[in-house]
Design a protein around this ligand. Structure first.
Ligand SMILES: [Mg+2]
Length: 263
């Protein structure tokens, strides 16, 4: 599979039916085909945002569209992590489109923060930022390219608040951000996404309990439990988390287990 040489307009438009989950009604939206790769254009995303008033259905469709565009980016560049990118998409889409106030706009007095501690799922965030018009659409073809979008989160990219990818550091960073906000008198929640395999890192546990016991209720830690790490299943994790859950619940950081793919 390959994409157009170096720009987007050389495409052939095709109309197909995009289906949401079986419980929902089918929604028709337009894919754009660039040679053998597909993406959804910014105009089409804008139309979906305007035409669908049900916030849950809209988020579901947008998450599907962002998955298509993230897959386009990964396949076009020939490198990336589609599994982790896909598994976090519903959570990240909801936060960025419905939940957060002034997301990742650190200069604002009230800004909610989102970042992924595992980091290699960053095509998901890129697809969201591009789909919301916060990054140029041309960046769809510049994943892991010089002058383009880094393969792991980097502060040089607009709306990315921290470099990540070295596993285990997310909760520590979130606490530092929370301390910074308090010192500066700024408001805003901090959502940090971790991988499930990432919970094997000692720093996660070293940072979690002091953060919970310190009363940092502005921090929400979300574990993307997609049951896989790299190329193996995270089989032993559930028992481990069950034992640790009581400790997590003593603070306000961890509130329970949810289906992250149901809006
Ligand atoms: Mg995982």
């Amino acid at each position: 599979m390959r994409g157009p040489s170096n720009y987007l307009p050389r495409y052939q438009k095709v109309m197909v039916m995009g289906f949401s989950k079986p419980s929902r009604r089918p929604i028709r939206y337009r894919y754009t085909m660039a040679n053998s790769l597909f993406y959804v254009s910014l105009n089409e995303i804008e139309r979906i945002k305007k035409d669908i008033s049900d916030i849950f259905l809209r988020a579901e469709i947008l998450a599907d569209i962002f998955r298509i565009n993230a897959l386009y980016m990964i396949r076009f560049t020939g490198s990336g992590h589609p599994g982790s990118t896909f598994s976090c998409m519903d959570i990240a889409t909801w936060l960025w489109t419905q939940e957060m106030i002034n997301p990742n706009e650190e200069d604002k007095n009230h800004s909610d923060i989102y970042f992924s501690s595992k980091g290699h799922d960053v095509p998901a965030l890129y697809a969201i930022l591009i789909g919301l018009g916060k990054l140029p659409f041309e960046m769809m073809q510049k994943l892991r390219r010089l002058g383009g979008l880094p393969g792991h989160p980097d502060r040089q990219t607009p709306y990315l608040v921290t470099n990540t990818g070295s596993l285990g550091m997310g909760i520590s960073k979130a606490r530092g951000m929370a301390e910074g906000k308090r010192l500066l008198g700024k408001k805003g929640r901090i959502y940090v996404l971790t991988g499930d395999g990432e919970l094997q890192e000692g720093q996660i546990w070293e940072s979690l309990q002091p953060t919970a016991n310190g009363g940092f209720s502005e921090i929400t830690v979300i574990v993307d439990h997609n049951k896989i790490q790299s190329d193996i299943h995270v089989k032993a994790l559930l028992a481990w988390v069950s034992r640790k859950r009581a400790a997590w619940q003593r603070g306000s950081v961890f509130s329970g287990k949810r289906d992250g793919s149901t809006f």
